[in-house]
Design a binder for this molecule. Structure first.
Ligand code: ADP
Ligand code: ZN
Length: 748
């Protein structure tokens, strides 16, 4: 090859959106020839600003025009492997994102922007005596002496700790070093992903006969070496985790990797604890709260093949592992598997694709499967494996659905009806623990004026402000965080008679304190998770019996094992039921079943009380009977009759803008454009269109939003139509007007 012929690479920018998604050509620096999937830094645009991108192809040719040159080629181990590269292409096609948006979800910025973190460590120089500080001139003598004594007693210490503890400046440290009293060196910091992580080993406990059967049939299926998917459907407490662990062992023995996904909240739950205990350092952990450095470490270690088990929340489905043999999605119905920020993917769909590529098994586990998953299992797309007994013969709790209307007529404004109060009192007497679910944050839902009737609203969002109690009595917006002190008078008319309505969890706390003054109550919602206090701390305190009653939003329902809990109360079961979402019934059923499942998991039988204003709604009696099958039969019939997934796909196109008039114009343009396609080039496409409507919360954070909702079939032609619509329906040049498309929206 002649000297003159250089490598030219096509690059897709990581920052591109759908409308700007195309490859750009660059020359490679002398001697460098990156390959497909590698990350590069390139000059871009008029100002030649730094941009990051992924190489999509490499050619040896004499360019016919002047090309800019790649500024930096990153090491291969932080790029995309062939599989993940293909995954970006697949997502581009399926969910209408740009290549860069998909690549960014797999390769978050810290992975390529961060270096291994170095820290400065100080130690005492040989033969130094803390008294030597007295020889230094200046007013800081005492400080220097303290630092030297510290090093004498504790040995090596991070410089940052010294400056923080003793208030010494870095100039002070430099002076000590210059005087030869201390040594400072740079070291790679070792980060321990397992810090603060509980581990429990259960490898010596044999499977029960039912669990063993489930394991054997999964193993058989897996050993065929073909792509397959299976639904492990087992009631709460049946030991699904044990079956999954046995299968992990088997896959690892074959030299393949396992991805183990858990819901957002359950990372410290039992599955994770057991996984950490069983496989120790072979496990990499991926979740949204990783520091930048930890994220990079995890990526590189997985890419190098140093980790066999990747445990994490939904984004762990993108882990750059080769040779994946099994992907497990625990509590597969959980909504946190659907991303509705930036890249709007569903972890289950990505997992399915990866399993197909790797000829691996996708294993979904749940006590209340997603209706779509169960439909697939029943129609043979997934194999269906059941566990029908609670381990060790524990019985399901006895559940009562209680009509709250009578109690409310007698004693207006209460949250705890007579039945639930009696049960709580019993439990307190017996020194057993209680969990109460109340799915509304704050104290009161809104505050309105008795004179003019206006409710106090958020200035940035089209919602009312929620009243919060406590030392800082205030009103705050749950969408944008806008907060004001509790007003003395109506901001609209100035009248002083303000009334709050709609109970929240803080009011429940207050009522418990009044009715059961001796009971120790612990509250868990996003308002109590402040600063360093995590939900793990709260759960640990409850597990250690530091409280008698745990009250919380849906966080308390998921995946936690509390042997001492024998009573579960659902304070307001109706709250989730009247959302406009077609899955409201499914979510309510699943939430109730899960929270009921928290009661009586050990030797003591459990009870549950569901309070409602609508006791005849079937979802309550079915949840009380833990009858998923019956629930499913009713639900799937409705979906079929009214055409909802799994019988079609749903898509939501959202246009947003800070300028309301411009938004109305843009949404009309988009609708007209779509109608023109359907009357012209795409007249063969069958599409049901609703809208444009205002989004359920029309204005959020000062941005107005309108939506078009679609029911469609996921075929090539329909995808081509959406692709065209989204390429032509762009954001505004000033960046304040945006477009997004969600193909499997979590909430409609
Ligand atoms: P699920 O995930 O199906 O709700 P778990 O896996 O949490 O059920 O199991 C319920 C309880 O039974 C847990 O406390 C677990 O430790 C225990 N358990 C399940 N299977 C076994 C087994 N084979 N040996 C010992 N304990 C078991
Ligand atoms: Zn707001």
């Amino acid at each position: 090859m002649s000297e003159a012929i250089k490598a030219v690479v096509s690059v897709r920018l990581l920052s591109a959106v759908k409308a700007t998604d195309r490859p750009f050509d660059y020359l490679c620096p002398q001697g460098e020839a990156p390959h497909r999937g590698q990350v590069v830094r390139v000059p871009f645009g008029k100002g030649d600003r730094d941009r990051f991108g992924v190489v999509t192809s490499v050619r040896r040719e004499e360019p016919d025009r002047a090309l800019k040159t790649v500024r930096e080629v990153f090491p291969d181990e932080i790029g995309l492997n062939e599989e993940l590269f293909a995954l970006c292409r697949h997502l581009q096609e399926q969910i209408f994102c740009s290549f860069g948006e998909a690549a960014r979800a797999i390769l978050p910025a810290p992975v390529y922007k961060k270096n291994a973190r170095r820290i400065r460590i100080a130690s005492l120089a040989d033969g130094t005596d803390p008294g030597a500080a007295s020889a230094i001139r200046g007013k800081n003598k005492a400080l220097y002496e303290a630092v030297l004594s510290h090093l004498l007693l504790s040995g090596e210490t991070a410089v940052s700790d010294l400056t923080q503890t003793y208030g010494l400046s870095s100039a002070g440290i430099a002076l000590l070093e210059k005087k030869g009293l201390i040594r400072v060196e740079l070291r790679d910091e070792e980060r321990d992903p397992f810090e603060g992580f509980a581990a429990e080993d259960c490898s010596d406990q044999p499977l029960s006969p039912e669990q063993e059967n489930a394991f054997q049939s999964l193993k058989e299926q897996l050993d065929r070496g073909e792509a397959c998917a299976s639904l492990l459907y087992g009631i709460t407490g049946s030991g699904k985790t044990r079956v999954m662990l046995a299968l992990c062992d088997h896959v690892l023995q074959k030299g393949k990797k396992v991805l183990f996904l858990v819901p957002e909240i359950a990372l410290t739950g039992q599955s994770a604890t057991l996984l950490a205990g069983r496989y120790g350092k072979r496990v990499a952990i991926i979740h949204s709260a990783l520091s930048d450095g930890e994220r990079r470490d995890a990526y590189v270690a997985i890419r190098r093949g140093e980790k066999d088990v990747i445990l994490g929340t939904r984004s762990a489905v993108f882990a750059p592992a080769d040779n994946v043999g099994l992907i497990i999605i625990d509590e597969e119905q959980d909504q946190s598997y659907k991303s509705d920020t930036q890249l709007k993917y569903h972890a289950r769909d990505v997992a399915r694709w990866r399993c197909a590529k790797n000829r691996a098994m996708l294993l979904l586990a749940s006590a209340t499967p997603d209706v779509e998953s169960y439909y697939k299992a029943k129609s043979g797309v997934y194999s269906l494996i059941r566990l029908t007994n609670r381990f060790g013969g524990a019985t399901l709790p006895e559940v009562k659905v209680v009509d709250l209307r009578g109690d409310l007529r007698r004693e207006g404004g209460i949250l705890l009806g007579r039945k639930l109060r009696r049960e709580i009192a019993d439990n307190l007497d017996r020194q057993e623990q209680t969990i109460l679910l109340m799915n509304r944050r704050g104290y009161r839902q809104f505050l309105s004026c008795l004179k003019c009737g206006e409710a106090i609203r958020c200035p940035n969002c089209s919602v009312t402000l929620t009243v919060h109690s406590g030392a800082r009595r205030r009103l705050s917006c749950h969408y944008c965080g806008y907060t004001i002190p509790y007003p003395a008078a109506c901001p609209t008319c100035g009248d002083e008679h303000l009334l709050s309505h709609g109970a929240g969890i803080q009011q429940l706390e207050e009522e418990l304190n009044t009715v059961f003054p001796k009971a120790r109550v612990l509250r868990m919602d996003s308002d109590t998770l402040t600063g360093k206090r995590t939900h793990e701390d709260i759960l640990a305190a409850f597990r250690n019996r530091e409280a008698d009653i745990l009250i919380g939003t849906q966080m308390v329902a998921k995946g936690h094992n509390f042997p001492r809990v024998t009573l579960v109360g659902v304070v307001m079961a109706d709250t989730a039921l009247y959302l406009s979402d077609y899955r409201a019934g499914e979510h309510t059923f699943s939430l109730l079943t899960q929270v009921i499942g928290r009661a009586g998991r050990a030797d003591k039988p459990g009870r549950a009380v569901i309070q409602t204003l609508n006791p005849y709604h079937t979802v309550f009696s079915l949840a009380a009977a833990q009858d998923y099958e019956a629930f499913y039969e009713g639900e799937i019939a409705v979906r079929r009759a009214f055409l909802f997934p799994p019988f079609c796909r749903m898509g939501v196109l959202t246009l947003s803008d800070e300028d309301e008039a411009r938004l109305l114009r843009r949404s009309k343009e988009a609708t007209d454009r779509l109608k023109a396609y359907l009357a012209g080039d795409f007249s063969d496409v069958k599409l049901v269109i609703y809208g444009p409507f205002e989004a359920p919360i029309y204005k959020m954070k000062n941005v107005y939003r309108k939506r078009l909702i679609f029911k469609y079939k996921n075929d090539k032609r329909t995808r081509a139509l959406f692709d065209r619509l989204l390429t032509e329906t762009q954001g505004t040049p000033d960046g304040r007007g945006k477009v997004s498309f969600d193909t499997n929206p979590g909430m409609i």
